[in-house]
Write a protein of this length. Sequence first.
Length: 273
Amino acid sequence: MTYSVVAMDPEEELVGVAVASRFIAVGAVVPWVRHGAGAIATQSYANYSFGPEGLDLLSDHSAKETLKILLDKDPQMEKRQVGIIDRMGKVASFTGKECFNYAGSIEGKNFTVQGNILTGRKVLESMASEMETDQPFIERMIRALKAGEAAGGDSRGKQAAAILIAGKKLEFVESSGIVMDIRVDDHPEPVRELERISKVWRAVHWDSDKLKIADKSKEIDLALRRLGFTTLKDWAAARGLDHNISYTEIGSITLNSLLSESKSDTYARFSRK
């Protein structure tokens, strides 16, 4: 039903969870993160209390200690699946004997991947391999979901995906400790849509490198025509990205968002006047 990655990047000082499932609004249940504590994925007949209680425990317990405390007081522990990472990057995972096959986990350096009702172990192996690559943390998390999906993913199909990342340097609301919080609750291609929205998120919050519009005018004009917009200003305003363009410059992430959007079925089939 669900596959997830729980991970940390000590260099980027980020920690988070990314998840995909044939379960509507999976992001409302599975991912839990807190800057300075760690992250938890609770799934397979998810015990919702594992999220808030687990994060509280992680403030002064290791991942393994937290997992043991949570499971010891759960009479239905054999139905649960959990992945945890603590503030030191140590991980712990658990797959109960009553989780539906294929179910399991793979623990690695600064990450754990877990899933249930999968097409096979290859799903987790592909995710773990992606997490071992040298890519920016958030991109690596999403690529792990894409790798799991490409390897077969949830044996029942696709419906929802989410990513929840905590940190301090890039928090999008002051004092929140949250760097990225995106949910795709019901979509035929949830992981692809999650990746698309993540690019928009980056453009809205983190776009500081500027490019000359004149140098990219042909690409920009073609993308705008495909999306049904007459001016770059109109498109940017519709996306909440007008702060990233001027008469002569455009943010590099904003440009990439425009070009990706023009190639996406989500938007390209609609005409805007």
